[in-house]
Structures are given as C-alpha cells and as structure tokens.
Design a protein around this ligand. Structure first.
Ligand code: BES
Ligand code: MN
Ligand code: ZN
Length: 512
C-alpha cells in the first residue's frame, strides 16, 4: 500500500511550512479570497494568489485550477488553487477528486510535503477528511508489480518513485479528522486489494489464489474472520452441478470460498456478499471470438469476488458491531477442452433445478446459481451479489455505472445511499418478469440465456430463481466499472476496486 502519511493539524496555511499548498474554493461570481487566505497571500506569498486569480479570471468553477511557484525564500514553494464549483449542492466526491488532483500535482512538482486547505463538506470534519484521504490514497496507488522497471509516466518524477510522502490536512481538529483518515486507510486497503486482484492476469490469479487470499484475511483477522474452502468433491456432494459444469474443462480445480465475519456480540443483521469469481472466461465452446469479444480482458471476470474480498478486509479492520457477514465465492475458470460442457448440455443446480446451457459463455450465472442457493440457506436478512455478468449492461449504462436489480425497495435504497457517499454509481433496472419467457426451455426447467435484447435483465431474472428464503436480494452487474483503460479522477488505469467502498458503506449501515 502507499507509503504516504496523512495527518490532521490545527495549523493554518499561514503557519505551515513545506513544498506544496493546495487550496480548494467554491465558485463565486465576484471572487474574493477568504480572510485567512488573504492574510497568507499578503504576508507570505507576495500576493501570488491574487495575481493568479486576476490573471486567469479564476472564479472557483468546477474543474478549473491555477498554480504557481512562489518566489523568494517563502516557507511554501508552490501553490495550487482548485475550483470546487457551486456550493449549493456539493457532492462528497468533489473532495476525493480535488485531493486526488492535489496529490498528482504534488508528485509532478517533486513535492515531498503537501498541505490541503479545503472547506468542509456538511460541516463534518470526519466525513470530509475521510473523502480527502481516500482521494490521496486511491490516486497514489499505481500498480507496478509487473513492470521490470518503474514506469516513467507524466505523473511521476522521471524514473523515480512518486515524491510525496507527507500530506497535512490544515484547519483540522485532530480528534475529529483523524478517525476519518483512519477509516479511509482501512477502506482503501480493501480497494487496493480488489484492484490488484483484478489487474493481475489469469496465470497469476487462479481459483487457488482467491482461496489463499480469503485464507490470509482469516488468519490476519482470526478474532473476527473464519474461512471454509469447499473442494470439488464437497461441491459434488452438495450437488453443485451448475458451478461444476462451468469448471469442468479447466486444469485448475474449482474452489468454493466461504469467509465469515462475526462481531463478538449477538448479530442484529445477517448478510451475504456473493461475488462472481471467474478467474478467466474464454467463453467455453461458445468461445469469445473476433474483435470486440475482449477475450484478452477476461481476467477481470473475477471482479465481483475481488470486491467481496476487498470489502471483507476493510470490514475486518473496521469491526462493525452486531453483524454477521458471509463472503461467498464460487471460483473457477471457464475453459475449453475435451471435457468442456457442450452447448445444449443440461446441468442440475444444488436445489434440483435443471438448466439447459444454450450458451457456455453465460457461465457466471451458472456459478452464481449454486453460490446463491448456498447463501439462501443461511437464514439471512439480505444477499447482495456482484458480478461482471453481461456485456449488455455495459451497452445499457456505459463503463462507469453499475446495474442494480433488487427484490426489496429498502435494500435498493440502502445501496443507492451507500453508493452516493462512496462516489460510485449504480442505476436501478427492472426485474421485468415477463422477460422470463426468453429463458424457458423445451427440455429443462430453464435455459441460461435469452435473446440479445434486455440481456442484462434476463441475466438478473435467471439469478432471481435461486433465491427463495431470503427477504431481500440485490444483483449488481459491474461488468463495466471494474476496469478502466485510462486513468480517471482517482483511479489509475487498470482495476478500479469498484464497488468496495459502496459495499463497506452498505455493510456498516446495517450495524448502526
Ligand atoms: N464475463 C462476461 C461478461 C463481460 C463482458 C464482462 C465484457 C466484462 C466485460 C460474461 O460471462 C458473458 O460472457 N456474458 C455474455 C452473456 C451472453 C452469452 C448472454 C455476454 O455479455 O455476451
Ligand atoms: Mn462469459
Ligand atoms: Zn463471464
């Protein structure tokens, strides 16, 4: 994880000494500096700020910024002014984005120390400092594990590690701001774990690796985490024919992973997070062929399980009370060999339902069927599954918005609230029962795919069949947002760790 130290200090910009000062300000029609900054500008910065503001006609508009080097022997070497846009309806993500921008700027300018002088969100120091710290930690995580030499990209000093090692949040009451920073560190460890699992290729992240990761979380946090790994034989005994059908062409054995968080006291709520864990999806005999099939990207098909494990490691550190949370992953590869499923094969899931596999590339829902049946038996209040399930969801919502389907308006609302403060986006989609006609089979209880139209919805409807006891279920299709080709706000290119932060907010919400 990042070697950046973040601390809260009661210092004002005027009394701080260091390399870079980043100031964020809301938009104003007649732009004037707040009193403290005006004093700083006149006494220390030789009116550099005022000059910048006048010269650039800076008004604090969203996505605007100005910067300068401070001359002479000033106690501050460089300043950056960031516009936050209008103050009326601020969204917490603005703080993450601004602190990420400040962090990148500091590294580009070879700053070792950075001071952050931002206004508060909702007058709440803990929430504000958490968002700022998340922006710092997430933007400075750059995955260099598979480079033989460090990258020489524009955001770093040539050939060097990023320069920044200490960030100070100014104007803070440490007893209010430090808990926010600590929460950010716990959550970002989870986000980074998810990113690194998604970014690593399928020759390095296998079903065994996912099992090992769960095992490592359980050993590090043995006071609240327990793990059980079901091997192929045990899955056979449980009748998990849908999951095992998908795994059968691979040389790598499937692993059914069940990691459980228990706070010491009697749980008031019991939840499950079920993550799709295809460490590679070739498509099977319905192979992903031709341009646009993205077969080379299909290492990301364990993004749901990566987010589940990321949330688990964050929850283990946060230790929310009165909760029991089950993290469940049916991990395997979808490969091709003489042992592969034939298109048209009929599989029997662990609840006895028979499924005609009319497309071997709709494999995630087959593995999830057995994982959902298993979770549904645990007498839970809610189950949330996360899956890179369909290309259709990317067509519908694009690359940064996840699809959400739910049998409970309350759970859907809780997910929306959790996502909103996390700065992650979901859009609720319909569980249109009449579309289930597409999944009717001549020979079996159902088929695994319908027509192209509404493909993300029929995926959700397929999964819904395997929940019968649990009062609230949500399916999150995260095929788009788990990966980004280009760096954006606080994600560098690669795995994004979506939606670990939403999951953490959702889970901790059940504890309060
Ligand atoms: N893993 C894919 C979905 C996917 C596509 C994830 C692109 C990330 C990026 C899934 O297993 C799949 O192949 N879905 C099929 C379903 C179809 C056969 C009904 C799809 O989306 O084409
Ligand atoms: Mn597939
Ligand atoms: Zn898949």
């Amino acid at each position: 994880m990042s070697s950046i130290t973040i601390k809260a200090s009661a210092d004002q910009a005027k009394t701080w000494t260091g390399d870079g000062l980043a100031i964020a300000i809301f938009e104003q029609t007649e732009f004037t500096l707040p009193k403290a900054l005006k004093e700083l500008d006149q006494q220390i910065l030789a009116e550099t700020l005022q000059e910048l503001i006048t010269e650039a006609k800076f008004k604090g508009e969203a996505n605007s910024s100005v910067q300068a080097r401070v001359g002479g022997k000033s106690q501050i070497r460089k300043v950056l002014l960031i516009g936050l846009g209008k103050a009326e309806k601020p969204n917490l993500d603005i703080w993450r984005k601004a602190s990420a921008q400040a962090t990148k700027w500091a590294n580009q300018n070879n700053c070792h120390t950075l001071a952050i002088d931002f206004p508060l969100f909702n007058q709440d120091q803990a929430v504000t400092s958490q968002a700022i710290a998340e922006g710092i930690l997430l933007s400075s995580h750059k995955d260099q594990r598979f480079k033989s030499k460090p990258d020489q990209s524009k955001s770093d000093q040539p050939g060097n590690e990023p320069s920044l090692n200490l960030v100070t949040l100014l104007n803070s009451a440490p007893e209010l701001a430090e808990p926010g920073i600590t929460s950010a560190q716990k959550i970002c460890r989870g986000v980074v774990l998810a990113r690194e699992l998604v970014s690593a290729p399928a020759n390095l992240v296998t079903p065994q690796t996912l099992a090992d990761t769960a095992q490592a979380i359980a050993s590090e946090y043995s006071h609240c985490m327990q793990v059980q790994i079901l091997e192929k034989e045990e899955c056979e005994k449980l009748g998990m024919g849908a999951f095992l059908g998908v795994s059968q062409a691979s040389d790598l054995p499937p692993k059914f992973i069940h990691l459980t968080y228990r706070s010491g006291n009697e749980p008031r709520s019991k939840l499950a997070i079920v993550g799709k864990g295809l460490t590679f999806d070739s498509g099977g005999l319905n192979i992903k062929a031709g341009a646009g099939s993205s077969i080379e990207l299909m290492k990301i098909d364990m993004g749901g399980s990566a987010a589940a494990l990321g949330a688990a490691i964050a929850i283990a550190q946060i230790q929310p009370q009165s909760l029991e949370v089950h993290f469940i992953i049916a991990a395997c590869e979808n490969m091709i060999s003489a042992k592969a499923m034939h298109p048209g094969d009929i599989l029997t899931a662990s609840n006895g339902k028979t499924i005609e596999v009319n497309n071997t590339d709709a494999e995630g829902r087959l593995t999830l069927a057995d994982a959902l049946i298993y979770a549904d038996k645990l007498k839970l209040d809610a189950i949330v599954d996360l899956a890179t399930l369909t290309g259709a969801c990317i067509v519908a919502l694009g690359e940064t918005i996840g699809g959400m389907w739910s049998t409970s308006a309350e759970l859907a609302q809780a997910i929306n609230t959790a996502a909103e403060s996390a700065g992650e986006k979901f859009w609720q989609m319909p569980l249109e029962d009449s579309y289930f006609d597409q999944l009717k089979s001549v020979v079996a209880d159902c088929k695994n795919t319908g027509s192209r139209s509404g493909g993300a919805i029929t995926g959700a409807l397929f999964l819904k069949q395997f929940i019968s006891e649990t009062p609230a279920w949500a399916h999150l299709d995260i095929a788009g947002p788990v990966w980004t080709d280009k760096e954006n706000s606080y994600n560098n290119a690669g795995g994004t760790g979506f939606p670990v932060r939403t999951l953490v907010n959702l889970i901790t919400g059940y504890a309060s």
